[in-house]
Design a protein around this ligand. Sequence first.
Ligand code: 6GU
Length: 243
Amino acid sequence: MTWHATALTLFPEMFPGSLGLSLAGRALREGRWRLDTVQIRDFAVDKHRTVDDTPCGGGAGMVLRPDVVDAACEAALAQGPGRPLVYLTPRGRLLDQALVRELATGPGAVLVCGRYEGLDQRVIEARGMREVSVGDYVLSGGEPAALLMLDACVRLLPGVMGGVDSAEEESFSASEAPLLEYPHYTKPAEWLGRTVPEVLLSGHHAAVARWRREQAEAATRERRPDLWARREPQRIAAAGLAS
Ligand code: 6GU
C-alpha cells in the first residue's frame, strides 16, 4: 500500500508547498506516496463556519472546537483508516529520527495542524493523538512543522532517495547515539586561499576514514554535548569488553 499522509488544516494551500519542488515532490508525482488535505472549516456546524472559540477560564487567543476537529478527523480517517493521528504542537515530544522511522514504516499519518492557541484538550485525548514538536521555538501554526515531518518521512520511503547509501551513513540514521557528520569538500582544491584538507586528496582510504571519524567526533563533542554524553557510556562499555 502507498504511504498516505493527510494534513488537517485551515490552510490546505500550504500543502505540498515547497515540498512539491524537491525530491518529495517528484516522489509524490511518481505515486510513491499520497498527500491529501482536509479543510477543518468544512466541518463547522454554524452558518458563519466558526471553527474556534474563546478559552474557558479566560486568557488570550482562540481554541479550536473539539466537535469540529473531531469531524475533520473522522473524514481524514475515512480516506485511509488505521493511520496514527499526529498533532503538531510545541507541547509535544520532540521529533527525532526514531519517530520519523516509525511513521515512515507505517501506513502513513494524519497530521493535525493547529492555529491560534491550539486544540481543545478533549479531542486530543478522545482521538488518542500523538503530540509532536519539531523543536524548542514557536511557529505560528503546525503547517510548517507538518511539512518538515513529511520531508523527513518521505525521504525514507522505498525508491525515494535514488539508491544513495547516504541515508545510512548520515547523522541520526544508524545508531541511537549518532555522531554529527564530518565536513564535506569538493573541487576546486583551493578556493579564496582556503585549501581542501590534504588527507582527502591523498588517496589513502584508511587515513580518510580515520580523519572523518575524528572530525565527526570533534563536531559532536563541541556542538552537541547532549548527543556526545549519550554515546560516552556506550564507548566505555565497549572498551570494558575489549580489555
Ligand atoms: Cl509542531 N507547532 C508550532 N506551532 N510551533 C512549534 C512546533 C509545532 N514545534 C516547535 N514549535
